[in-house]
Design a binder for this molecule. Structure first.
Ligand code: 5GP
Length: 141
């Protein structure tokens, strides 16, 4: 049994709610965002019902990775954009609203598109070493 809470994207996947479909294969579905930040704003989702990226199976992750650059090229070709952001939010604190994994492809046209705050800090040697230690252990687990 899945602990996934149903979202609007389930209804889009099932066709219960219409969408402007850009692309579909066995694992992936892409469609135009209903509230675009710029023309061509596209959402790319796995058919696997998981809320956040770290919960996805390798199979879904690989399928998404395989097709994302192709979809970015399609968005660029269709809109003439030469710059774009790929955004993927996880958790409401990180601005995720729909709790089904999704990648935004957002063309950038001057001021139109994604605005980003980037309050960069400084990485200290001790913090880096501590993080590496913990992350490598997590990867081995
Ligand atoms: P999040 O903030 O979760 O990363 O973004 C969710 C995105 O889904 C938003 O950009 C929003 O406009 C889009 N969205 C929400 N509901 C619908 C819908 O019913 N249809 C489409 N096409 N997009 C939706």
């Amino acid at each position: 049994m899945s602990d996934h809470q149903p979202t609007i994207f389930d209804k889009i996947l099932s066709g219960e709610i219409p969408s402007y479909k850009v692309y579909e294969d066995d694992h992936v579905f892409a469609f135009l965002d209903i509230g675009p930040l710029s023309e061509g704003h596209t959402l790319v989702i796995p058919k696997e019902r998981k809320a956040q990226l770290h919960q996805l199976s390798d199979e879904s992750a690989a399928a998404l990775g395989r097709v994302l650059p192709r979809l970015c090229r399609a968005v660029m070709n269709a809109t003439g954009a030469t710059a774009y952001n790929v955004l993927q939010n996880n958790g409401s604190a990180a601005h995720q609203v729909v709790m089904h994994v999704h990648f935004h492809i957002i063309p950038k046209f001057g001021g139109q598109g994604l605005g980003i705050g980037w309050p960069a800090g400084k990485l200290s040697e001790s913090t880096a070493r501590d993080l590496l230690d913990k992350m490598r252990r997590a990867l081995e687990a």
